[in-house]
Ligand binder design. Structure first.
Ligand code: MRU
Length: 386
């Protein structure tokens, strides 16, 4: 597992690593308030559906701990009604930071439900605050264990499938999109977890990953994670997926998810749909790996998933470090943000996510197991894995 993750809690401080500067600069930013957490999520200093849910939860825990330690106590801690009103407003605000990733909503809803249960049980505001702090910390802590489980279920499923089709299960090539590893979660990762699991069990030949423009989650973050984990890997530009499938033996595509609808339609990083269409054309299994909290049973299909559009400027910039001489990292490093478009460009299309229809997905994996479609069906019954 990568020896540092997106969130650090030590000596009473809540910090995130600024992912806008990775991989060249490791800068931690202290999250001292709900506004800091909101800004960190919205500006994508921290990103990845599970990681933002963890940060939002830990920021709420921190906020409540500070309030309990304040003397005299803030007014809203005096009655449970005032507490409820105050906290619900904070949770609702945090939920708006990024609209597609439903884990954030699952975390805020879990805290909101817990709050109501404690009020109904007649607990006082101090006790409620303490219990919410531990619930919020659990949301973060539960992530690593479930990631390891889903990675194992998904990895074992793929190995079995390859073996049944007469292939060798010790030289698997798996492609992924975006970044779904330790930086996008509280540790180990989802789709990148599956790849890590195959590597750890001696089944992986090579991981392939797209750059995942325009934010470059692939070339900046997945590249960094795979390198740190010593997993053999190859990067490709987003436009090279078809060529890769034509010229290399790729055994599977494994991606994460920001929201899975009830029928299995899946929103994930922009470019995932393109990869799925090409995977279907080349008969390559397409696997979605995500925790139960990413499944939104209230949305019947992908048309109901809100898609976040990022500011136009983000598609016109490339962030990185200036390397005056070589690709291997020698020479002076300096952070740079470079504009690649002419100034004053008028039209920019910049959705952050796309929806891959269930018909193009071979398997959906959560910590509870693997779902495949019934023969002849175009959609999933996710009941057994949620
Ligand atoms: O915009 P991002 O970087 O937050 O998008 C992240 C993704 O699309 C990931 O694939 C998804 O959140 C799963 S992370 C385990």
């Amino acid at each position: 597992m990568l020896d540092f993750s997106s969130i650090r809690t030590s000596e009473g401080k809540l910090e995130i690593v600024n992912q806008l500067l990775l991989p060249h600069t490791t800068e931690y930013i202290e999250i001292k308030s709900i506004d800091d957490a909101f800004d960190g999520i919205k500006s994508m200093k921290i990103r990845g559906a599970p990681a933002i849910a963890s940060l939002a939860s830990l920021a709420v825990a921190d906020y409540l701990a500070r309030a309990l330690a304040t003397s005299p106590s803030p007014d809203w801690l005096e009655t449970t009604d005032a507490f409820k009103q105050h906290l619900e407003a904070i949770l609702a605000h945090l939920f708006t930071a990024r609209p597609t990733a439903v884990n954030l909503g699952a975390a805020t809803r879990r805290l909101s439900n817990k709050l109501q249960t404690l009020i109904d049980a007649g607990k006082n505001a101090d006790t409620i605050a303490r219990e919410l702090i531990s619930e919020a910390k659990n949301i973060d802590a539960e992530d690593v264990g479930r990631n390891k489980l889903m990675s194992k279920w998904g990895g074992e499923w793929l190995v079995e499938r390859v073996k049944t089709q007469g292939g060798s299960d010790t030289d698997l090539n798996v492609m992924t999109v975006c970044n779904t590893g330790s930086l996008a979660t509280s540790g180990y990762g989802t789709a990148l977890g599956l790849i890590t699991y195959l590597h750890e069990t001696g089944k992986l030949q090579r991981a392939f990953f797209t750059q995942s423009t325009p934010y470059h989650q692939g070339s900046r973050l997945t590249a960094f994670e795979l390198k740190s984990l010593n997993i053999p890997s190859t990067m490709l530009c987003d436009s090279m997926v078809g060529s890769l499938f034509q010229h290399h033996n790729i055994h599977a595509i494994a991606v994460g998810a920001d929201r899975v609808a009830r029928n299995g339609d899946t929103a994930n990083k922009i470019g995932t749909y393109n990869a799925a269409v090409l995977a279907a054309r080349h008969n390559i299994p397409f696997i979605v790996v995500a925790p139960v909290s990413t499944v939104d049973l209230e949305v019947p299909d992908g048309s109901g998933i809100p898609i976040e559009h990022r500011p136009a400027i983000e598609a016109c910039l490339v962030r990185g470090a200036l390397y005056p001489t070589t690709l291997n990292g020698e020479g002076a490093k300096e952070q740079a943000t470079v504009m690649v478009t002419p100034e004053g460009l008028e039209g920019v299309y910049n959705p952050s996510f796309d929806v891959t229809p269930a018909s193009l997905i071979t398997a959906i994996v959560t910590e509870k197991g693997v779902a495949v479609k019934k023969s002849g069906e175009e959609v999933f019954d996710l009941t057994p894995i949620v």
